[in-house]
Design a protein around this ligand. Structure first.
Ligand SMILES: [Fe+2]
Ligand SMILES: [Fe+2]
Length: 380
């Protein structure tokens, strides 16, 4: 339930309540290293401080000339062209905006309201700067929840305060994110090497990464851990670099010895990665070793059972098999989704962890959306 008509009327906060919110959130934000998590925390902090129905933190993407934000646990990224809407004009002019009724202002873009049935009325936007005084983004809050029904200069002060507290953490997290993105790119490329050798497409590893992320969040991991798994899951088949071509791409049936050689990609991947001091690569080692283990103990290389298999291995297994079945390959058409659903239902508690399968079914619409977005035909 949201929108102006159904809104709950709230009372302005006391100074004590405000302080409590600020203390709580600045501590949480300072301990976060994931950009998405910081954006979500900052937005929640802003919303609670000024009693708005919705709040988002927007950042500037200089390369794509866009503004972007994340909502809902950092799963969905929203982008708009630079300079559009209230938030865009606030960033371009470096001025805050307080709007009593969005529909009386030509800058309002009603597309989102029309699509979601939400009604935007009052709006406040506050740009914020980095340590060098450059504008790097803005707060935007929508619909004041008190009986006044619009935002005031007090809200402006509070939101500026939130921005100045969180802004510094935000900048360091953005720098940290640069490094993480670079690592992720390198890792994803390494993962592609393993997959290309077994005639998978580059998008296979990207899709497995995104599926793993959604499943990890669904399993209750926090954003940072889910992002860690998203980064490492593409490396599950890296051990295939050491498997001879004649075996890996042999048409027709494999002998038992040949199948054993293929299976060894799990151990090889583990050996390649386990010696690292980096958490990232050590985590990748777990996934490389355990992504073919099965819940009932009939997998390889070790025949681990149930929770003896690391949760990262159990999640990647579902993501990997889902993609292998649902994507089209040179040698096979894509399986229809009903057929995949039947198989996953059958294999729940056999091949796969029942809990991960439950999350799989719950998140299926989102997984299919990702498949659509990262479809192979779009790139090839
Ligand atoms: Fe594999
Ligand atoms: Fe794979």
């Amino acid at each position: 339930m949201s929108g102006v008509i159904s809104r709950m009327v709230r009372k302005e906060l006391s100074p004590e309540e405000l302080l409590k919110i600020i203390f709580e959130y600045t501590a949480k934000i300072a301990g976060e290293s994931s950009l998405n998590a910081v954006l979500v925390l900052m937005a929640n902090m802003g919303r609670e401080m000024i009693l708005s129905d919705r709040c988002a933190v927007w950042l500037i993407d200089d390369v794509r000339k866009e503004l972007y934000t994340t909502v809902a646990h950092g799963v969905k990224e929203i982008r708009v062209p630079y300079g559009t809407g209230f938030v865009g004009s606030s960033i371009v002019n470096g001025e805050p905006l307080i709007i009593k009724d969005a529909y009386n202002d030509p800058r309002h873009n009603a597309d989102n309201d029309i699509r979601t049935g939400y009604h935007t009325k009052s709006v406040i936007t506050v740009p914020f700067t980095n340590n060098d005084g450059e504008i790097i983004g803005a707060y935007q809050a929508i619909n004041k929840m008190t009986d006044v029904d619009y935002f005031t200069t007090r809200d402006l002060e509070l939101l500026s305060l939130a921005a100045s507290y969180a802004g510094k953490s935000l900048e360091s997290v953005m720098l940290h994110q640069e490094i993480i993105d670079t690592q992720r790119e390198i890792i994803s490329t390494m993962g592609e090497v393993g997959e290309i050798r077994s005639k998978e497409t580059g998008n296979h590893v990207k899709r497995v990464a995104e599926y793993s992320y959604v499943l990890a969040l669904g399993m209750g991991m926090d954003i940072s851990e889910a992002e860690l798994l998203r980064t490492v899951s593409p490396m599950h088949d890296i051990g295939k670099v050491a498997i001879p071509d004649a075996v890996l791409n042999k048409p027709g049936k494999l002998t038992e010895e040949e199948y054993d050689i293929i299976k060894s990609h799990t151990k090889i991947g583990h050996q390649l990665l386990r010696g690292s001091r980096r958490e990232l690569l050590r985590t990748a080692a777990i996934v490389a070793e355990q992504h073919h283990e099965k819940w009932d103990g009939n997998g390889y290389p070790s025949g681990r059972k149930g929770e003896e298999i690391h949760i990262y291995g159990r999640i990647t297994a579902v993501a990997d098999v889902f993609d292998a079945l649902s994507a089209e390959r040179v040698y096979k058409p894509a399986w229809p989704i009903e057929k995949i659903e039947n198989l996953f239902r059958e294999e729940r508690g056999r091949h796969f962890d029942p809990a991960v399968i439950d999350v799989f079914f719950q998140e299926l619409p989102l997984l299919l959306e990702i498949r659509e977005r990262l479809t192979d035909t779009a790139e090839h």
